[in-house]
Design a protein around this ligand. Structure first.
Ligand code: NAD
Length: 450
């Protein structure tokens, strides 16, 4: 089948390459000519495991091309919309890129084409856009995307589920999308057909639920700090209950990235518009709890360093919003690094993949290409993204590189990803959110300072 994918960012580039992998004839279209050039040469414009191999296979086979001209979408029968839906200043979703993509698509759309939205949009978007597309004899459906950065290729080729949001009486669009995803359906991927509004809501509801789970356990971390309890053990114990589950119950620096934060804010704004905002007050608190983690980590760092950050050398390990990605959009790690610098600390940071993306956003930070150069002489080492290479660091070896006396080495585990006993045995003072931390020099523990 001939397919176009409009918007080739984290979602669209992977989707285009994955559709080519399924055997379709795919053109990826983006307004950013640099991104198009890079993709056309098989160079992924961002870090995503397995994407380079997938791009190479499609480009070599000749069934994957990229273009900055919408004219190339002419002749495709299915057009996926994968452009960005960022947050506006008031928290609502900015649909101007979706609107522009639809306007441009209308110039090439033929009767019978199926336009399939994948971007995350506020409920009601299909109802608003459909008349323009139907006037061209085409149909609009929504097929929300649930991929996780760092696992995007597998999530696209073997998703947990496929959701088709289709208007009443439109049986053909479901058949067309079944043809697109035939290999996935044969492999047993569950597929649900809903009305468009439900499909739009499924995506934002899933993100709201996941965000709530994270902020719930982070609220528990605050109370654990107040009483000297351990939030990791708490999560392990409640997570044994299958109704609760252990996943997404890791306390720490909280969520970030290009999706969860803006999606819950967009959801709140849309609920307000629809007059049901009162039921979503809890999501405002979910957002607020999440943002407080960042300030809390700064407090913990200040306390661990005896109450003053000015001139202290702080090594930051991890800048990406999560491991497996170079994405620093609304990254908690980059935010903490920026806050510490604003308080007068001498911040030096590294990340396996996210140095360049961070430098573009925060050029004034000092970046180093490796852990050793980052931690040398550090007054405190902060692990802010749980990359495996940081989780597996040997505390004794790292201590020698830091070059401080035993007992003066401070590690702050922003992701509760390190083994406290191992680090203490290696001569480090260990601090974390929601886990018993070593006393700060002033003799106060972190909980008492809160
Ligand atoms: P992104 O910013 O990486 O990519 C968006 C791309 O669209 C950019 O390359 C931009 O140049 C392009 N674009 C904008 N206007 C265009 C137009 N008129 N024609 C062609 N291209 C255009 O964003 P993303 O992370 O890929 O997210 C895209 C959408 O997918 C968002 O709605 C997001 O919420 C949703 N989503 C993202 C993820 C994720 O993990 N990144 C997961 C699920 C859903």
């Amino acid at each position: 089948m001939r397919i176009s994918v409009i918007g080739c960012g984290y979602l669209g580039a992977v989707h285009a390459a994955a559709m080519a992998e399924l055997g379709h004839d795919v053109v990826g279209i983006d307004v950013d000519p640099l991104k198009v050039d890079s993709l056309a040469q098989g160079i992924a414009p961002f870090f995503e495991p397995e994407l380079p191999e997938l791009l190479a296979r499609g480009l070599d086979a000749g069934n994957l091309t990229f273009s900055s001209s919408m004219a190339e979408a002419r002749g495709a029968t299915v057009h996926f919309i994968a452009v960005g839906t960022p947050q506006r200043a008031d928290g609502s979703s900015n649909l101007s890129y979706v609107d522009a993509a639809v306007d441009q698509l209308l110039t090439v759309l033929a009767a019978g084409d199926v336009v399939v939205g994948k971007s995350t949009v506020p409920v009601g978007t299909v109802a608003a856009l459909a008349p323009r597309i139907e006037a061209a004899g085409a149909t609009l459906i929504w097929n929300p995307e649930f991929l996780r950065e760092g696992h995007a290729v597998r999530d696209t080729l073997a998703p947990d589920r496929l959701v088709y949001g289709i208007g009443a009486g439109d049986n053909r669009s479901a058949d067309v999308l079944d043809d697109v995803y035939a290999a996935l359906l044969e492999a047993g991927v569950p597929r649900m057909v809903t009305d468009p509004a439900t499909a739009e809501l499924v995506k934002v509801a899933a993100n709201a639920f996941l965000a709530t789970k994270i902020s719930f356990i982070n609220a528990m971390a605050d109370i654990a700090d107040a009483v000297g309890a351990d939030v990791g053990q708490l999560a392990d114990a409640i997570g044994q209950d299958p109704r609760i589950g252990r996943r997404f119950l890791n306390a720490g620096l909280g969520f970030g990235g290009g999706c969860l934060p803006k999606d819950i804010r967009g959801f709140i704004a849309r609920a307000d518009e629809l007059g049901v905002g009162a039921s979503f007050g809890f999501l405002r608190e979910v957002d607020a709890i999440n943002l407080r983690r960042r300030e809390r980590l700064v407090e913990v760092t200040r306390a661990a360093l005896g109450g003053d950050l000015v001139g202290r050398r702080i090594a930051i390990l991890g800048l990406a919003f999560k491991p497996g990605s170079d994405d620093v959009r609304d990254s908690p790690a980059l935010d903490v690094a920026t806050r510490l610098r604003a308080e007068g600390a001498h911040v030096v940071a590294t990340d396996p993949q996210a140095i360049e993306t961070s430098r573009r956003l925060v050029p004034e930070l000092e970046y180093r290409s490796n852990v050793a150069a980052t931690v040398t002489g550090a007054d405190a080492v902060l692990v802010l993204t749980e990359w495996p290479e940081f989780v597996e660091l040997d505390p004794a070896v790292l201590g020698r590189i830091v070059g401080r006396h035993l007992g003066e080495q401070i590690v702050i585990d922003g992701r509760n990803c390190l083994d406290p006993a191992l680090w203490r045995d290696g001569g480090w003072r260990y601090y974390a959110l929601g886990r018993i931390s070593d006393p700060a020099p002033a003799g106060m523990n972190v909980a008492q300072l809160a």
